[in-house]
Design a protein around this ligand. Structure first.
Ligand code: BG6
Length: 490
């Protein structure tokens, strides 16, 4: 079931994403024989390269792989220099596509991947349309747009409108690589292929939901970009809210792009909006890592990172408590948090179930309750963990929390496909289920807008946290109540 014959044109081909993610993913698809039988890849960017130079440069990250396969793979790679604002270059690109397609017997089904700085997200589609490369006459023409999709509500609306004046919604694939992660998709199977979870997946049984995406790395070489972005834009508006959409949505009528995306959109529309600064202050915490010493090693603070303003107030950590105003989730708090330079790299969703209504085994004493939790580990060690109570062996009824732990890697010999592998292949076969639709991206921006506005104010707090810790302790106060804290995965 390989995708039909087509060509993939990557703009921003000389950039890091192409080298680190796209080419390695395409290579994996190539050796698995998942790419179309007749397929070419054309790299396009400002720099002038020959095909051969680009082949060498773009496959730099494949050193460890089998050399013969790399040589075979290189044969599908081509290059065409394009100045993004020079219409003649698009004519030349069109000519090159025509020639290569004819020579290699490839149908003119085209995917354009925008892996460029966001400033070019409108100019490239406009110029593609100008030379007729957006047309779908008997063949498809699709556009993959990388994040960030805008920097706030207004810019996202404008970008959407401009894209839609040159391509139609069904041609636009807004990539959110979190949706391509295997365990994120597995959430759908867990919820809707098993009869035991769905009946309790609501306010009657669930006490709260927690989603964490922690990274141990800092901003590395991306200080310049990150300082203008911050955790809210970089991780929450897109990745984490999309996860909430899948976790909280109603069952779709079928597994089909719009059926699923209609349901996640309803979730975004039901987010209880923040309506005052006070509310934001009490429910949203931002932090920035400061220098620290770990195992005798001095760790730089964020403000000392390359490309970062020395007085920066950009958040490298953010945590939000919010509600979804609908029948299923009324009064169930959702907690999401993300940060850089935290103690470990882990992404997971935790469903905390309500306690049993009657404490039968406490013998009248105040004993800690068994807190049933379902933990969906997105990465690393993809899997699902269920925590529940059992009797300790011996006399009496002493209860003890135990784990039922499923590790995804025990399921098959198959290596888990990377998110980009999965998403590239989906676009090639025309399945947009795991791509964000324009209306949901806009709703997500609407939700974060009051937070963005509040944080622009000079008196809006930002808390420091030592690099290598779990963020500012103010974030702990978001979770109220006895014996409740965030889960601290190790
Ligand atoms: C990207 C962000 O979208 O996601 C990065 O721009 C972040 O800042 C990355 O590091 C995290 O992705 P993953 O797949 O490593 O969790």
């Amino acid at each position: 079931n390989r995708p039909i014959s087509q060509a993939l044109i990557i703009f921003g081909a000389s950039g890091d994403l192409t080298k680190r993610k796209l080419i390695p993913s395409l290579y994996k698809l190539f050796i698995q024989k998942s790419l179309p039988e007749n397929f070419i890849l054309i790299g396009a960017s400002r720099t002038v390269f020959t095909d051969e130079q680009f082949r060498t440069k773009s496959t730099e990250f494949l050193q460890e792989e089998d050399q013969n396969s790399i040589e075979e793979f290189k044969k599908i790679i081509h290059y065409q220099p394009v100045q993004p604002d020079n219409i003649e270059d698009y004519q030349k690109l069109k000519g090159r596509i025509d020639t290569l397609c004819e020579k290699k017997n490839i149908e003119k089904n085209l995917i354009f991947y925008l892996s460029t700085p966001p400033a070019l997200y409108t100019i490239i589609p406009k110029n593609l349309a100008e030379v007729g490369l957006n047309k779908e006459e008997g063949h498809f023409s699709r556009l993959i747009v990388e994040k960030p999709f805008g920097t706030d509500l207004e810019s996202a609306l404008k970008l959407n409108q401009e894209l839609l004046s040159n391509f139609e919604e069904h041609q636009i694939y807004r990539i959110d690589h979190y949706l391509g992660k295997e365990t994120v998709q597995n959430l759908l199977v867990l919820r809707f292929a098993n009869a035991i979870f769905e009946p309790i997946w609501n306010r009657n049984f669930i006490e709260r939901v927690e989603i964490t995406s922690a990274e141990s790395l800092g901003v590395e070489k991306r200080g310049g970009y990150y300082d203008k972005s911050g955790a809210l834009r970089d991780m929450i508006q897109n990745h984490l809210l999309q996860l909430v959409g899948l976790l909280a949505m109603e069952p779709p009528v079928e597994v089909e792009a719009d059926a699923i995306r209609n349901e996640t959109l309803k979730v975004f529309k039901a987010f209880a909006p923040f309506t005052s600064d006070e509310q934001i202050k009490n429910n949203v915490v931002r932090g920035q890592y400061i220098s620290s010493r770990i195992k005798n090693e001095e760790i730089k603070g964020y403000r000392q990172e390359e490309g970062v303003d020395e007085n920066s107030r950009t958040e490298t950590f953010a945590a939000i408590k919010f509600y979804i105003n609908n029948w299923r989730w009324s009064n169930v708090p959702f907690y999401i948090r993300t940060g850089k330079k935290l103690p470990t790299r882990v992404s997971e969703m935790v469903i905390h179930f309500k306690n049993s209504p009657h404490h039968l085994f406490s013998g009248g004493k105040e004993l800690p309750q068994i807190n049933n939790q379902l933990i969906i580990r997105i990465q690393p060690d993809e899997g699902i963990l269920m925590k529940f109570g059992m009797k300790e062996p011996g006399s009496g009824f002493v209860t003890k929390p135990v784990n039922m732990n499923f590790h995804y890697n025990t399921l098959s010999e198959k290596e888990l496909p990377s998110a980009y592998q999965r998403l590239l292949l989906d676009c090639m076969i025309g399945d947009a289920t795991l791509y964000a639709r324009g209306d949901s991206v806009i709703e997500a921006w609407k939700f974060v807008k009051p937070i963005q506005e509040y944080w622009k104010k000079s008196d809006a707090p930002i808390f420091g946290y030592p690099a290598g810790t779990w963020g500012p302790h103010e974030a702990d106060n978001l979770i109220e109540g006895d014996e409740q804290t965030w889960r601290y995965p190790c």
